[in-house]
Design a protein around this ligand. Structure first.
Ligand code: AMP
Length: 496
């Protein structure tokens, strides 16, 4: 059976579709529906993943890895017990853990998975996630965008057109996706949001407030004390979560630090939801503006949105829900599915669709990041703009900038926020030497329906051409064979 995995920044969940074709969450060996995405190295040969790892965070922070998802596809490695691990290798322990308990739960070995990734993940990040699964002995049959998965979790009742807004408000990001559904086709219309707004920002406001209050009352600066600070973070997050259900809560942290003048310092503060909402007004306002921006980009008035899907823990905040109901008074809010589980359950449905157990659907997406090339001055020239629906093809004409030029280097780039990520390059060589501005080089970007990008450069006078295919640039990923030495090193480490 193929299962669906929501590999999250904070927690990882697995879903499957049961015999009566209902998507369900697979519980881990502790009976828990969520497994914290935390890896703790007990020693060189054993790692703990999940709750047990999380409980080691305070005691042995240097052997404990949090939020590895944020480093996927980067070269920010981890050094543990003098061994260097890349982010994919660390995440592979999380996948191995999932494989183990899911196989146990289902009574059959799990070998194939659908994995969800943020819609804004670029090629490198997607490939890094797929590599993690591969290192854990799992084959990724599909990488599914998280908002699409959230929308899939809800079965559409009939085939009439519906506009769906997915609001995925997680720990570190706020992902907004507007889609159209009709006749089993899900078409992404516009994506937006922010990769720097999420639940952690709300925690940070509370942490700053606690530190400031303690400083004023007890004359001690806890921001300089990492252990105290970690405890404050944990309590701040808990208080924030409590305030989603109760109107008032207390933050009590006994013996948080020792003041040289006043002895033991305790935190004992009351916080009302109203106060919390006031403290975080700027964050809520930003979230609201991001939703408005997406509607604007789609040129769609709010009353055209039929359904709203909430995903991510932060979407539970009453103030956020209030903003959404105020913006969309006529839309139907789908809230039966727990926002923490909606992505995993959608991934499970996708897995069952691929398995042939559920009716097939078609997914059509947009390009999440502009794609283009460097011109001769080193300036980024976009060829396919962000938000373009694919399949698509686009061409721009360039010329050469030097005399006696017999080659050009085409560098293919993706523009992520303000950062440029290189996807590949190739050289077009000419039989003759062109004088300055004589050559006419047509650079075409072609994205097929399954998201594969081919870039072609052709000198239009001579027809000399060269191309390159960037595998898995958007949707599907071809993962290289793992290094056997690394694989055997990882396999020698037991995952508990
Ligand atoms: P996710 O990335 O979807 O796992 O979301 C995790 C974020 O949601 C964290 O910042 C949590 O603190 C936050 N969160 C979880 N439950 C709640 C809740 N009931 N109210 C507010 N925030 C929550």
């Amino acid at each position: 059976m193929i299962v669906g995995i929501d590999f999250g920044t904070t927690n990882t969940l697995i879903g499957y579709v049961d015999r009566s074709l209902r998507p369900q969450i697979i519980v881990n060996e502790r009976g828990s529906r969520i497994t914290p995405t935390v890896v703790h190295f007990k020693n060189e040969k054993q790692v703990l993943v999940g709750e047990l790892a999380k409980s080691q965070m305070l005691i042995k922070p240097h052997q404990t890895i949090l939020r590895v998802k944020r480093r996927m596809g980067s070269d920010q490695n981890y050094e543990i017990f003098k061994e260097i691990f890349n982010p994919s290798e660390i995440a592979s322990f999380v996948f191995r853990k999932c494989k183990n308990f899911a196989s146990e739960f289902l009574g059959e070995p799990v070998e194939k998975i659908v994995v969800t990734v943020p819609a804004y993940f670029d090629d490198n990040q997607r490939q890094a996630v797929a590599m993690s699964a591969k290192l854990a002995g799992l084959q990724v049959v599909k990488l599914l965008n998280e908002p699409t998965a959230a929308a899939l979790a809800y079965e559409m009742e009939n085939d009439s057109e519906k506009i769906i807004l997915v609001l995925d408000f997680g720990g570190g990001t706020f992902d907004i996706t507007l889609m159209r559904y009709q006749d089993s086709v899900y078409q992404v219309l516009v994506t937006g949001g922010s990769t720097s707004l999420g639940g952690f920002d709300f925690d940070q406001v509370l942490v700053d407030w606690i530190v400031e209050t303690v400083k004023n009352e007890k004359f001690i600066d806890l921001s300089k004390d990492p252990i105290a600070l970690q405890q404050i973070y944990n309590h701040a997050e808990q208080a924030k979560i409590d305030l989603s259900v109760v109107a008032e809560t207390s933050i009590v942290i006994p013996y948080v630090a020792l003041s040289p003048e006043y002895g033991p310092v305790h935190v004992n503060l009351n916080l009302s939801r109203e106060r919390f909402e006031n403290l975080t007004k700027h964050l809520l306002e930003r979230a609201k503006q991001l939703i408005i921006d997406v509607l604007k980009e789609a040129s769609l008035p709010p009353e055209k949105v039929d359904l709203i899907v909430f995903s991510g823990g932060t979407s539970r905040m009453p103030a956020f829900r209030r903003i959404v109901t105020e913006l969309f008074p006529n839309s139907q809010i789908l809230s039966e599915i727990n926002p923490d589980e909606v992505v995993a359950l959608g991934a499970a449905r996708m897995a069952a669709i691929i398995d042939g157990r559920l009716k097939s659907i078609e997914l059509r997406d947009v390009v999440a990041h502009s794609l283009g090339v460097f011109d001769d001055d080193g300036q980024f020239v976009p060829i396919i703009d962000r938000g373009t629906v694919y399949p698509t093809i686009a061409t721009k004409i360039f010329t050469n900038t030097r005399d006696d030029q017999d080659k050009v280097l085409i560098k293919i780039l993706q523009k992520r926020d303000e950062e440029l990520v290189e996807l590949g390059d190739f050289q077009l060589t000419f039989a003759k030497k062109w004088q300055k501005e004589e050559a006419a080089i047509a650079v075409s970007f072609n994205i097929t329906h399954d998201g594969i990008l081919t870039v072609t450069a052709e000198e239009m006078n001579t027809g000399e051409a060269q191309d390159v295919t960037i595998q898995g640039h958007l949707a599907e990923i071809r993962v290289p064979t793992p290094d056997q030495a690394r694989l055997s090193l990882l396999n020698k480490i037991e995952v508990l």
